[in-house]
Design a protein around this ligand. Structure first.
Ligand code: RP5
Length: 162
C-alpha cells in the first residue's frame, strides 16, 4: 500500500473541484495522499491538530488551497515546518486575486510556496509536491521525468487550424 506523504487540505467543500487537480496529478504520479477539509476560520481546532500532528503522522508536504480571506496555507505554515504549497482558489467576487494576495504575502520566517490561481495552480501544486518527494525517491523521480517528457512530446511544433 502507498504511504501517505502529501496532505491536501482545503477550506471548504467548494474548493474540492479545484483541489482535485492536485489529487489527480498525484494519482498519475503514484504518490500517496490524503484530502481533508480544514478551515482556518470555521474549524480552527482542526487546523491546529492537523498542523501539530503532520510530521509525526509521516506527512512530508502539505498542499493547502483556500479562497477569499485565504488564511489556511499561512496558518498551516506557522504550525508545521513541513513545506506548505498554497493554492489560491478562484473566487466569484474578486476572481481569486483576493486569495492570491492573502496567501502570497507571508511575513519573513513562515514561507508558503504560492502557486497560480485556480486549477492550473492546483495541478502545479501536485507536481511541486512530487518534485520535493522525488529528491529522496529515485523511482518517483523517474516517473516525474517521464511525465514531463510525455507533456513535451504532446506539444506540436506547428499550430493547426481549429
Ligand atoms: C474559504 O471560503 C474557502 O476556502 C472557500 O474558498 C471560500 C468559500 O467557502 P464556502 O462558502 O463555499 O464554503 O474559507
Amino acid at each position: 500500500m502507498q504511504e501517505t506523504h502529501v496532505g491536501i487540505i482545503m477550506g471548504s467543500q467548494s474548493d474540492w473541484s479545484t483541489m482535485k487537480e492536485a489529487a489527480l496529478m498525484l494519482d498519475d504520479l503514484g504518490v500517496g495522499y490524503e484530502a481533508r477539509i480544514v478551515s482556518a476560520h470555521r474549524t480552527p481546532d482542526r487546523l491546529w491538530d492537523y498542523g501539530k500532528s503532520a510530521v509525526s503522522r509521516g506527512l512530508k508536504v502539505i498542499i493547502a488551497g483556500a479562497g477569499g480571506a485565504a488564511h489556511l496555507p499561512g496558518m498551516m505554515a506557522s504550525k508545521t515546518r513541513l513545506p506548505v504549497i498554497g493554492v489560491p482558489v478562484q473566487t466569484r467576487a474578486l476572481s481569486g486575486v483576493d486569495s492570491l494576495y492573502s496567501i502570497v504575502q507571508m511575513p519573513r520566517g513562515f514561507p508558503v510556496a504560492t502557486m497560480a490561481i485556480g486549477s492550473a495552480g492546483a495541478a502545479n501544486a501536485g507536481l511541486m509536491a512530487a518534485g520535493i518527494l522525488a529528491l529522496q525517491d529515485p523511482a518517483l523521480a523517474q516517473r516525474l521525468d517521464a511525465w514531463r517528457a510525455a507533456l513535451s512530446a504532446s506539444i506540436p511544433e506547428e499550430p493547426q487550424d481549429d
